[in-house]
Design a protein around this ligand. Structure first.
Ligand code: GLP
Length: 238
């Protein structure tokens, strides 16, 4: 696991963009594993700027997102489908038919998403990390063998995300569909970004803690190619 510590969010985003750009420049048909949350927004802004200014094209790329809430429509303003279009897809030239996000709440929906990835290998999986160490929506306690599945969100995660739902935890969905840890670990490369003091415990457990379901992100210690880019605050307990 390579850990890069920089000053602030802007530098995290710039470093993450370098990693992403190196891939897309050398492999125009790269398969991108994408994440939502506030952490990767700066990376996506850099991708949009570079696409507009330098013409880097995503027309041959495919993307697969990590997760989606259950129980809200795809067109809801806080769905991850909406988030990805607003924060990335509408600003680059990726084709709508090449973007994939999980959706639904049944076993069949989970299997269908997993099967849609059967014939591809994700070249780079972008990840954020929850303050409890979750990746995607794989909460503490999730088996490392799980593929795409439906999860019940922990209260802490719903509290963290209430800021997107008028600060009202009751408006935050209780369930989500997420790639499992086994799905995430199949990616060739993992790029995890985190900033802020509220991520310091999770980052420390991920990097230095035992590999344990108590901190889902600790599984990344077993992956051969992980780049973690954090600011000083998130690195403060390393
Ligand atoms: C959400 C997402 C995760 C994300 C995490 C951290 O729950 N499902 O994919 O990494 O929260 O979000 P943020 O980057 O906003 O702190």
């Amino acid at each position: 696991m390579k850990v890069i510590v920089v000053e602030n969010y802007a530098e995290v985003s710039a470093e993450a963009f370098k990693v992403m750009h190196e891939l897309v420049a050398s492999k125009p048909n790269a398969v991108l594993g994408l994440a939502t949350g506030s952490s990767p927004i700066g990376l996506y802004e850099n991708m949009i700027k570079d696409h507009k200014e330098n013409g880097t094209s995503y027309a041959e790329c495919q993307s697969f997102n990590l997760d989606e809430y259950v129980g809200i429509d795809r067109n809801h303003e806080q769905s991850y489908y909406t988030f990805m279009h607003e924060n990335l897809f509408n600003g680059i030239d990726i084709k709508e038919e090449n973007v994939h996000l999980p959706y639904g709440n049944t076993k069949e929906d989970c299997e269908a998403y997993e099967r849609s990835m059967d014939n591809v290998t994700v070249d780079i999986q972008v990840l954020g990390i929850g303050s409890n160490g979750h990746i995607g929506f794989n909460e503490p306690g999730t088996s490392f063998d799980e593929e795409t599945h439906i999860v019940t969100l922990k209260e802490g995660t719903r509290k963290d995300n209430a800021r997107f739902f008028e600060n009202d935890i009751n408006k935050v969905p209780t369930h989500a569909i997420t790639m499992g840890i086994a799905t995430i670990m199949k990616a060739k490369k993992i790029l995890l970004v985190a900033t802020g003091a509220n991520k310091a415990d999770a980052v420390s457990a991920m990097v230095d803690g035992p590999v344990s379901v108590d901190c889902p992100a600790s599984v990344l210690q077993n992956h051969p190619d992980v780049v973690v880019i954090v600011d000083k605050a998130a690195a403060s307990k390393l």
